[in-house]
Design a protein. Structure first.
Length: 697
């Protein structure tokens, strides 16, 4: 029996099942303990590997293949998530700060390597590990509405420079270590790398644009094209003698603008974040030997190396930020944000460390030290960013002459309502009809019949009959509201695209979609449809989960984190509903418990000023000090009829691992009705709301 069990765990499929179980369960458990999910994956590798239970062997072909795919995917995602447009807007200063935050850590890491007895080649490689950074705290500055601050934009743009530089140093160091390396070979390698980089960045970009244009809405083929680009670039990198992660990163940059924020990008990130990248982190854990790891924290020499790497990295990153402050005259708060944003070492650092360790350039002590570095910086960086980003300079409402525009759906609105769920459509149609009537508009109930190869097949006839019955019911439900109703039946092969096309053809000003309580699978499918509609629709989209008649909405709660265009749009939408029901609007702002009374008073004054500048808006303002935003909103919503939020943020990944959005945390705790308002991804919101300003938390 023991032999049978031992043989069972040698089967590749069993190892894969164990990996899936770990990826599914462990990050959730660690996040509930308020520990990073990455740490849980690393710990799982230690427990399951040869240094623990011995259930998974990192030498197996299956594990090597999956880990290599995860490694490639990790660096591809790092390139894909870089905002090229932001880099272009502040190109000169991004290159300037990128030079500082690349060279200062590179020199510091090299000195540390030499001090601890490493030869020049591995010492320079250690320096290159310091040079890159992962924008782990980007969701924080995005949530606080300070992404537009120049210091933040420059730091984000510098990422492209530091990551490319670090990978180039890695390629040269590994090439030198491979054997007889002369100046001629170095020049040949650099020349080949330059040609290869141009081919990937410009060739893949052009090929991608042409393929996406010709493939239309075939997301499956577009997804396969992106995967082919990733692994083709990785193979090409190996052919010229550099590491495959260099090609993966460059391919991410190459297809960056091609995929944009399309559903294809979401699918690419989804596959990586839920499967391959977590497997890479588990494999990193398989390499950790507990005795050696403990020794790196207890043995004086190894502890000295670990401490030097951690403190050297922190000092060098903030040293680079100080140089940027002096060069570009940034404030002290901006300097701290630049240093903390560039502090976390996750994606490129871990990938390069694994490559250097496998090549024999880096020792086990360095590997263990980098693991400690990752844990420390990925924890400290976001904490410091959250602390100092709230103090960045922002423009006040007093300093500008606002010209907040009125959304098109408030002027003779055309409201499009997809009807497909009988359990939610009654209240949904009522809300849409009330909005349309109050603005002398019209209501378009939409039914989508998914097409088949033969439009005369019995299945197609059944679908058409079902859609016609849905539209007839919709017309019956809205008859009493005295609004002009134009039912629309559409045959389409994709629900989301059908909704988007119908909204464009009918010149809809607002799409209202239902959001019922679903199973986990149903919720995921629905979320994909909503994201696709948000990307393709030409107008705002309201996603509603209504538990009572909209005519009964007396207390309406609107959480506002910062005065961005979307927040103002959300406020105007709530104002439209309140005007129909004679409801009372409450604006809620949640700030940290350590926020000073003077800052709270300033925040309240800015919100009050906003209320006075929006025509016909009356609202109460509540400022709640709480470090848990989701909990504070859920508590305030207990006495509310309707909660109006911005649309769910797209899943943001840090090093490829998905982070939950604030909306995802709030929604399960809310018992009242909810409306999530989103805008199409491509709309220039600055043109819609030119006076939007940022409000610190």
């Amino acid at each position: 029996m023991v032999l049978l069990t031992a043989g069972l765990f040698q089967e590749p499929i069993v190892s894969f099942v164990l990996l899936l179980a770990v990826i599914l369960v462990v990050p959730i458990l660690f996040e509930r303990l308020r520990l990073p999910g990455l740490v849980g994956l690393l710990a799982s590798g230690v427990v399951l590997g040869s240094n623990g239970l011995g259930l998974i062997q990192n030498e197996s072909e299956t594990m090597n293949l999956l880990s290599d795919i995860g490694l490639v995917y990790l660096m591809f995602v790092a390139g894909l998530e870089i905002d090229i447009d932001q880099f272009t807007r502040t190109r000169n200063r991004s290159i300037g700060f990128g030079t500082y935050t690349f060279l200062v850590p590179l020199i510091t890491g090299t000195i540390i390597g030499r001090l601890f007895g490493f030869d020049w080649n591995p010492a320079i490689l250690i320096g290159s590990l310091f040079a890159s950074h992962t924008l782990l705290a980007y969701p924080i500055v995005s949530r606080l509405g300070v992404v537009g601050n120049e210091a933040v934009t420059v730091t984000i743009g510098a990422t492209i420079f530091t990551d490319i530089g670090a990978l180039l140093v890695l390629a040269i160091c590994v090439g030198i270590h491979a054997g007889d390396f002369t100046i001629v070979k170095l020049i040949t390698l650099l020349g080949s790398l330059a040609i290869y980089t141009i081919v990937i960045l410009f060739g893949f970009d052009k090929a991608g644009r042409e393929f996406f244009k010709r493939s239309g809405d075939e997301e499956g083929n577009q997804f396969l094209f992106v995967l082919l680009a990733v692994f083709l670039a990785s193979v090409g990198a190996q052919l010229i003698g550099v590491e495959k992660i260099v090609g993966a990163f460059l391919s991410g940059l190459a297809v960056n603008r091609v995929v944009g924020d399309s559903p294809v990008k979401e699918k690419v990130l989804f596959v990586g974040s839920v499967l391959f990248i977590p497997i890479f982190f588990v494999d990193m854990g398989l390499l950790i030997r507990v005795p050696a790891f403990v020794q790196s924290l207890t043995d004086p020499k190894l502890l000295g190396l670990t401490a030097a790497i951690v403190f050297g990295l922190i000092a060098s990153k903030f040293g680079a930020a100080v140089l940027a402050k002096l060069t570009y005259r940034y404030s002290w708060q901006e300097m701290m944000v630049m240093g903390s944003l560039s502090l976390p070492q996750v994606a490129a650092t871990l990938a390069a460390t694994l490559v250097g360790y496998r090549a024999g350039l880096l020792t086990e002590g360095v590997l263990n030290s980098v693991i400690v570095l990752m844990i420390v910086t990925s924890t400290l960086g976001p904490i410091l960013t959250a602390r100092f980003a709230t103090e960045l300079r922002v423009e006040t409402l007093d300093a500008i002459e606002p010209s907040i525009s009125t959304p098109t759906w408030t002027r003779q609105a055309t409201i499009l309502v997809p009807v497909y769920n009988p359990n939610t459509e009654a209240y949904l149609l009522e809300l849409s009809a009330l909005i349309a009537r109050s603005h002398s508009g019209r209501l378009i109930p939409l039914a989508i019949a998914l097409s088949q190869a033969s439009l005369n097949s019995p299945q197609m006839q059944e679908r058409l009959a079902h859609s016609e019955s849905q539209l007839a019911r919709a017309a019956e439900l809205t008859e009493e509201y005295g609004v002009h109703v134009s039912p629309l039946l559409r045959i389409d092969d994709n629900i989301a695209q059908g909704i988007a096309r119908a909204s464009r053809e009918s010149r809809a000003d607002l799409i209202v979609m239902g959001w019922g309580r679903r199973s986990a699978l149903g919720e995921r499918l629905f979320r994909n449809i909503v994201n696709s509609v948000l990307y393709a629709a030409p107008c705002p989209v309201a996603i509603a989960r209504l538990v009572k008649s909209p005519s009964e909405f007396q207390q309406i709660l609107i959480p506002i984190e910062n005065l961005t265009p979307r927040s103002i749009s959300t406020l105007q939408f709530a104002q439209s509903i309140a005007a129909i029901t004679n409801g009372q609007i409450t604006i809620l702002h949640v700030c940290g418990r350590t926020t000073s009374p003077s800052k709270i008073a300033w925040i309240k004054s800015q919100l009050s000023l906003l209320v006075t500048k929006l025509p016909s808006l009356t609202a109460d303002i509540q400022i709640v000090p709480d470090d848990d935003i989701a909990r504070a909103i859920a508590t305030s919503a207990r006495s509310t009829d309707l909660l109006v939020l911005r649309s769910p943020q797209r899943v943001i990944s840090a090093g490829g691992l998905a982070l939950n959005s604030l909306t995802a945390q709030i929604a399960p705790q809310i018992q009242c009705s909810i409306v999530l308002l989103g805008e199409p991804e491509f709309v220039d919101r600055a043109l819609l709301f030119p006076s939007a300003v940022s409000l610190p938390s």
